[in-house]
Design a protein around this ligand. Structure first.
Ligand code: GLV
Ligand code: MN
Ligand code: MN
Length: 443
């Protein structure tokens, strides 16, 4: 039998069409979670799922799953990602994993292949977390690490309540959360960094995801006249926010290694040229592959905020938005992705993920892993985000054959017998139990 391949042109066409929903200047997308644009994107993908005759379900947090039956039944081998974007997003982040999953299922249908286990492709609600923190919310709730009630009460940056928005856009489904435990979960995603492109590799076998710490900091000082207030009399919230921003940058440089730090939002009040800012609100995103190092960075920042506040005579309040410990993916899946890429002739390397992904939540439930493809210039969360069509296709083919081996089907031109499959498939269903507990969401 010929080695099965996806149709790259069909995948690219669907990415292009979905990219038109919420399109913004520069070729990107704005589909913040649970907005009208998100609803339109969801409707399009659900139409494609139904057109393929898949069994589509919507759960209580709005995650959508489309399943294709297997000959033996049981829990499905699942793939997927997200279709919400940041407000200045590209057309590949998340969308690739979902549409490549769909492409895999269509390829199997066309070839008349029935796998032993069912196969499912999902898109999870609010992966980005830009509108409703924390990020990876839908998969977090799917994995049972946050209740639907807690999630419904989350408040967006625009003041909307999550549960109300979910109902408003028609995606408050009935399938209960936590969701069904899959046999395994594999997510294809763009790398969103420069490693694969720099190394000339086409496929990344993702070893894990670094830890994520988000907090919102509110500084309260005193608004005053910019001309008449001597410098020593000031309680300048804007100054403290600026000093903290510089501190975050310097801290990451000082700690080195995998430490990164970002102040991505800054809001001054009253935000006028001739008024000392009485209030500043900003967010800090700290990430590290090492949990103790991440904790050290958080502690250093907390100490500096205290020092700055006391020196300027302002109050500083911190509110956690998201906190997830680093996650390691199942070694058998990492190995399987690597060997599948090699069998298909794609240069590959192992690497950790710098971005958060739904796979890190699914890793709490079942053996999980990820496949990366290169991002041109390492650019993401930017309308200019780009991945070459042949790399999109390569990633989808690695996804196809990884899923086939996990689900028990014909792969790489050979019929895999049950023993070979069971040897390739991971056995331990437990996620990385040695990892420190992590929790998401506002305290
Ligand atoms: C989510 O996509 C994140 O890593 O910020
Ligand atoms: Mn993503
Ligand atoms: Mn993203």
């Amino acid at each position: 039998m010929e080695t099965l391949r996806v149709r790259g042109d069909r995948l690219s066409r669907r990415l292009e069409e979905l990219g038109q929903v919420g399109a913004i200047e520069g070729g990107g997308c704005a589909r913040l979670a649970l907005t009208d644009a998100d609803r339109a994107g969801r409707d399009l993908v659900v139409t494609w799922m139904r057109d393929l005759g898949l069994d589509v379900t919507i759960d209580e947090i709005g995650n959508v799953t489309a399943e294709r039956a297997g000959s033996d039944g049981g829990p499905p081998v699942m793939c997927g990602s997200h279709i919400d974007t940041v407000a200045t997003g590209g057309r590949y982040d998340g969308n690739l994993g979902v549409l490549a999953g769909l492409e895999v299922l269509e390829t199997l249908a066309e070839a008349g292949v029935t796998t032993r286990r069912p196969l499912a492709v999902a898109f999870f609600t609010d992966e980005e977390g830009s509108r409703f923190a924390p990020d990876m919310l839908g998969s977090l709730v799917y994995a049972g690490a946050m209740t639907v009630e807690e999630a419904y009460d989350l408040v967006a940056i625009d003041g909307a309540r999550l549960g109300d928005e979910l109902a408003r856009i028609g995606y408050l489904g009935a399938t209960p959360c936590p969701g069904r435990v899959p046999h395994a979960y594999v997510e294809l995603h763009i790398e969103q960094g420069p490693v694969l492109e720099t190394g000339g590799e086409v496929i990344g076998a993702v070893t894990g995801v670094q830890g994520i710490s988000w907090q919102e900091v509110t500084v309260t000082g005193q608004s005053n006249h910019a001309g008449t207030t001597p410098m020593s009399y000031r309680h300048d919230a804007g100054y403290v926010a600026a000093a903290a921003t510089v501190f975050v940058r310097d801290l990451a440089a000082e700690l080195g290694g995998h430490q990164v730090g970002t102040v991505g939002t800054l809001d001054l009040h009253p935000d006028l040229v001739n008024v000392v800012a009485g209030r500043a609100r900003f967010t800090v995103d700290l990430r590290n592959t090492d949990e103790p190092d991440l904790r050290r960075a958080e502690d250093r920042l907390a100490g500096e905020l205290e020092r700055l506040g006391a020196a300027e005579g302002v109050t500083v309040a911190r509110r956690p938005l998201a906190r997830f410990a680093p996650v390691e993916f199942d070694p058998a899946i990492v190995e399987l992705v690597e060997s599948t890429a090699a069998s298909l002739g794609f240069p590959a390397r192992r690497l950790p993920s710098g971005a958060g992904h739904d796979a890190q939540m699914m890793a709490r439930l079942c053996p999980a892993g990820m496949i990366f493809v290169p991002s041109a210039g390492g650019i993401s969360h930017n309308p200019a985000e780009h991945t070459d069509p042949e790399h999109l296709e390569a990633g989808a083919n690695v996804l196809l054959h990884t899923l086939l081996q996990l689900a028990g089907g014909l792969s790489l031109g050979a019929a895999l017998d049950a023993a070979a499959l069971d040897a390739a498939a991971p056995t331990a269903a437990a996620p990385t139990a040695a990892e420190p507990e992590s929790s998401g969401g506002p305290a």
